[in-house]
Design a protein around this ligand. Structure first.
Ligand code: ARG
Ligand code: ZN
Length: 863
């Protein structure tokens, strides 16, 4: 059954307040819920109930509701003849210990926890489970005191005490009205660390981070990240925290990264627990960003929430934009931008070009869980970023202030957000709204012309957007195109007093004219990646080399290098396909050499510049994806660079050692990134000396970034004996640490080679593997599905295997199973033989009884 945005109707009844009582027992849990409802509009009272909530009893104003008093269709319970004001009492029974979907109330190791977004609350009790029904929640939890000493829910703890039979209770009251998806409950034997934060108006907030005892040594970093986030949101957005307590709980079994439940954020332990010896720099950065993301939701999501799930990007796109601004401020802005764009251009562009492509605001869905996508999150953040670019920082802040003030306590739409931006700026964003409604990645084709006689320079911009499912024709987008003009001597032309000018591209074809241009300039286009588009301009390799050295826009300096490398990789792919040998253009070697010689360049940026475009990015840009040729071409270019610049990589490797013991801060992160990059290239020469360096680094490392750097280098090299030896050593050292073991699993699952399938099959049998834990499944199946030649084997065995595993997983955890199908959905992008194999795998899945989640993805992929 498909739900459509156009069918939206406001709810007939509001829930003024709700009291919940959870009685937790090992074999079953009972939930009693009292809803105080009040009519707001004509229409019937519709409650939602999921299959995990067995309804024992419903009362209206204390009277038992008989079977004639309601109709059930699917998850909808239509209650007939309810007075305009009433108290509903619902008694349900649950078995959290058997709930493997990780939605609603479930058990993760020894604790109870909840995940209610998007529609998990209906797995707990009957309720109008939609975000535009906001209510005040009071929650009483009763449980065995020895097994579950800690009892948490949203808001403030208002009462606690002892009960008979070794049980105890706690009552929590959340004064802020919220939708059911923000409800949370945790009960367990947990340890915590505590700190505090004083808000700008002087409110002292207690901050607690809870984990099981074994993980308590990994909590400090996230606590600091939370404090930094709280401070940043006050300074950057004027947003202050609004309760006296803020809790974070780490749980091992979690379908996504984390959840912003009001004052009780619940995190996948992989997204919150960190320690130098177990967590890479990238891991630390990710954790800091996710802690910030969930905290920022307190305003962009909780205080102002979504009217319906079609508006999901209202909170997610905006909050990802906010957390990316935060990360830029905490570390290197250029590196953060490069990383965000890399993710967008590989994964989101691929999604937008596939069968599940959808607009930032979708207009229909079967299963909303399938819409927690890169498009909603990352492209949604780019859309907000474009508004920021069009308005400028100051007006954008005025717009966000207006948005938070006007809609505080309400459930609103993407239009409401954009209208605030229009009001404060006086700009008309009507055409801009197409970014919310049209799917697909627009393409900009830019050409130029220079008239020396009049000193005039012209940029001609053509925009187009490919058809996507259900949208054949696209109307032109409003695209902010940031440009700069460089002269051949390296100086920059100042456009309207500034070195960067934002052009408003609004037409299908448009000409921009620049006067007073003294020589033919080299254009620096789409600076900072000012819009999520594909841009073509016929750059020569000389021009790209020039921009790599001279562009004043840090992002575009990196981008010029990527374009140069792409051109060279693409011609190598062509040569491999034609069975020819082609020299790797020395221009690339020269460009890399200049970067390696430039010791002033920020190390982290240098590491990014010296990283060749990934196989995934090459695939995304190919007409037809030739996995083998892409892999060989990239390997070959890497080897040529490594051989030619071996001495340089050796010089830069540990040229500056991070001083003293490990620290997670800017310059040492950059040093480690560059060291590990150099080590990777040195090993690509396949020389024994390089192998010695790897062994040495692995043996001496006092942090996971360097251990993993060495391990990954050797695992992806032809030195398989040493790889196996180090992998075994690594497992021996870390077998007790699930989060480290996950890194070990995914490293092995992503090896490019025929043998990976057998390895992955054996990992599924390994003691470290567990089907119930999504992190494990993602580490093995997720990583394998994203690997190139390991998965896309010519015999199709990788596809068959993945289909089998999806079929196995779906009855346990539909949300996760649905994610694992993704690689198969991209079948149209591959050569005919692989298309047929991938389709066959999808059809075999489709022939099974499936969850709504997997059904939606598979049926759309085959359509
Ligand atoms: N709102 C969460 C976040 O972005 C995502 C949780 C969604 N969970 C799910 N099972 N669909 O931080
Ligand atoms: Zn979010």
């Amino acid at each position: 059954k498909t739900v459509y945005l156009k069918d939206y109707q406001p709810p007939a009844f509001s829930v003024e307040s709700v009291e919940l009582t959870f009685s937790l027992f090992e074999e079953q849990c009972q939930v009693r819920s009292n809803l105080h409802i009040k009519r707001q509009h004509p229409g019937q009272l519709v409650l939602n109930g999921g299959q995990h909530a067995e309804v024992l009893r419903v009362e209206v104003n204390g009277e038992l509701l008989h079977e004639s008093g309601y109709r059930v269709s699917g998850e909808d319970w239509v209650i007939e003849a309810v007075p305009d004001e009433a108290t509903l009492t619902v008694l349900t029974q649950l078995q959290p210990q058997n709930n493997t979907t990780l939605e609603g109330l479930y058990k993760s190791s020894s604790m109870y926890c909840t995940q209610c977004e998007a529609e998990g609350f209906r797995q707990i009790t009957l309720y109008p489970d939609r975000p535009d029904v906001m209510s005040v929640f009071t929650t009483r939890i009763e449980a065995d005191k020895a097994l579950y000493p800690v009892l948490l829910s949203n808001g403030n703890l208002v009462e606690q005490g002892e009960l008979e039979n070794g049980r105890h209770f706690a009552v929590w009251h959340d004064p802020f009205r919220k939708p059911s998806y923000l409800f949370a409950l945790v009960a367990g034997d947990l340890q915590h660390i505590e700190d505090s934060f004083t808000t700008m108006s002087g409110r002292a907030v207690t901050l607690r981070l809870y984990t099981e005892a074994r993980n308590i040594s990994k909590t400090e970093f996230a606590m600091g990240a939370l404090q930094r986030s709280m401070k940043w949101d006050e300074e950057a957005y004027g947003r202050e925290y609004d309760l006296d307590l803020f809790n974070i709980v780490a749980v091992d079994d979690f379908n996504m990264g984390a959840m912003e439940n009001k004052s009780l954020n619940i995190f996948n332990s992989s997204c919150v627990l960190a320690r130098a010896d177990t967590t890479t720099d990238a891991g630390f950065q990710r954790i800091e960003a996710i802690v910030a993301h969930e905290y920022f939701h307190n305003w962009s999501g909780n205080r102002v929430t979504c009217r319906d799930w079609f508006q999901l990007s209202l909170k997610e796109g905006f909050t990802v934009f906010r957390d990316s601004q935060f990360s830029s401020d905490m570390g290197s802005a250029a590196v953060k931008r490069i990383e965000d764009v890399t993710l967008l251009r590989t994964a989101q562009f691929a999604e937008d070009a596939g069968p599940t492509s959808h607009p930032v605001r979708p207009d229909n869905y079967m299963e909303i869980s399938n819409f927690y996508t890169l498009t909603i999150y990352e492209k949604g953040a780019e859309v907000v970023r474009m508004i920021h670019t069009l308005l400028g920082a100051e007006l954008f802040r005025q717009g966000s202030d207006l948005y938070f003030e006007r809609f505080d306590g309400q459930a609103v739409t993407c239009d409401d957000f954009v209208r605030c931006m229009e009001e404060v700026s006086g700009r008309d964003l009507t055409q801009f709204m197409r970014w919310y409604t049209q799917a697909g990645t627009p393409r900009l084709q830019v050409t130029d012309e220079y008239d020396a006689a009049t000193g005039t320079y012209y940029l001609d911009v053509r925009q187009s957007c490919p058809a996507t499912p259900g949208q054949e024709q696209k109307l032109p987008f409003h695209i902010p195109l940031a440009v700069g003009l460089l002269y051949p001597d390296g100086t920059e032309h100042h456009l309207q007093g500034d070195s960067t000018l934002v052009l408003d591209v609004t037409e299908a074809e448009q000409r921009f004219m620049f006067k007073g241009i003294t020589q033919r300039p080299i254009p620096s286009l789409l600076r900072g990646f000012s819009a999520p588009v594909k841009l073509d301009y016929p750059y020569s390799r000389e021009e790209l080399s020039f921009l790599m050295s001279h562009d004043t826009d840090g992002f575009n300096r990196w981008e010029a290098g990527q374009r140069l490398a792409m051109a060279i990789l693409q011609e190598q792919i062509g040569a491999i396909q034609a069975g020819e040998e082609l020299e790797v253009d020395p221009a690339l070697i020269a460009a890399f050499e200049r970067v390696l010689d430039d010791t002033d360049l920020d190390y982290a940026v240098a590491a990014k510049v010296l990283t060749l475009p990934s196989e995934a990015y090459l695939a995304e840009n190919a007409q037809v994806i030739d996995v083998e040729a892409i892999h060989q071409a990239r390997r070959r270019v890497r080897k040529v660079l490594a051989d030619a610049l071996c001495a340089r990589f050796r010089e830069r490797y540990h040229a500056t050692e991070p001083d003293g013991v490990y620290a997670f801060h800017g310059s040492s992160i950059g040093q480690r990134a560059l060291n590990n990059l150099c080590l990777g290239y040195l090993l690509a020469t396949e020389r024994e000396e390089a192998l010695e360096l790897v062994r040495q680094q692995y043996a001496e490392a006092d942090n996971m970034t360097d251990s993993m750097g060495a391990l990954a280098a050797v695992v992806h090299s032809p030195f398989t004996t040493v790889a196996d030896e180090l992998l075994e050593q690594f497992y021996g050292r870390w077998s007790e640490d699930a989060l480290v073991v996950n890194q070990w699993l995914s490293l092995q699952a992503s090896v490019a080679g025929e043998g990976t399938l057998a390895k992955v099959q054996s990992l599924l049998q390994h003691a470290a593997f567990d089907w119930r834990n999504p992190n494990k499944v993602r580490s093995v199946l997720g990583a394998y599905g994203q690997s190139s030649v390991g998965f896309h084997r010519a015999d199709g065995a990788g596809y068959e295997f993945l289909a089998d595993q999806v079929i196995h997983l779906d009855p346990m955890n539909p949300q996760l199973a649905s994610r694992m199908v993704t690689p198969l959905t991209r079948w149209r992008r591959y050569p005919a033989a692989r298309q047929a194999q991938m389709r066959a795998a999808l059809e075999r899945i489709a022939a099974q009884p499936l969850s709504k989640d997997v059904y939606e993805i598979v049926s759309k992929s085959l359509a």
